[in-house]
Design a protein around this ligand. Sequence first.
Ligand code: NAP
Length: 262
Amino acid sequence: MVRVGEDPASVSYVRSKSKVSEELGIYSETIVLADNTSEEALLTLIAKLNNDPQFHGILVQLPLPRHINTDKVLNAIKPEKDVDGFHPMNAGKLLNGEPLFIPCTPHGIQELLIRSGNSPEGKHVVICGRSNLVGKPLMAMLIQKRKGANATVTMCHTGTRNLASLTRQADILVVAMGRPKAITADMVKNGVVVIDVGVNRVPDKTRKSGFRLVGDTDFEAIERKAKAITPVPGGVGPMTVTMLMANVVKAAELWSVGSQKS
Ligand code: NAP
């Protein structure tokens, strides 16, 4: 894992990924670079890791400092080591229905839905947020004609007119907006299944840290109307880490098959 700078959320995410990989017996190293590291230095490091057979997977923790071009960095990771699934080749394969590495958060969301008995098949799924990390890959996955997908998907964003009229139609509502309490109880129908992806820090004087984490929904009010809703923290977050570990195992297996052939 490569972390650039000391963004507190990134520090915490990388720490938890490292902890889980240790628990599972997956060897990991975290390379921490200073906030003012140049794009060139980061690309040189990635080139080195691409060719290092000790590592089957490379993860560059986002967001990167503004002076670094994120797309350029993600494109530099070898697709066979791209355990985050953000390389354009992996994004394209996902859209075509032949994924190599599925991005961890949307994959975690799909698993949560299937394993909780709320398969998206035949359902109207409304996704709020069209980022390359969450909303777009989730849409690409859920529209596939296959088990655990095959949903009708509506994608919402800041250009969407009358958001509430669409969220109220959702059988399954996925919210990845990064806006605390953006979705309120009047915006959902009874019996909806809500996946709250948002992770927002809001000030809280009662906490030692001075903040607490909340999602993008009014959890307490929606819980009374919903069939199911994921909590923040503790819902999508741990699933994201779990699916990352699954991708690392897959990368190691691919490498092992490849090395036997050569
Ligand atoms: P992002 O890149 O900031 O994207 C946010 C999306 O929400 C954009 O598509 C934006 O629309 C849309 N949006 C924002 N305000 C809106 C509004 N008022 N009405 C309609 N659409 C609106 O965020 P992201 O990276 O996808 O992350 C979203 C949230 O999920 C964040 O809180 C992040 O921390 C969290 N997250 C959690 C995990 C996890 O593992 N738990 C993983 C990834 C992200 P436009 O495109 O039009 O701007």
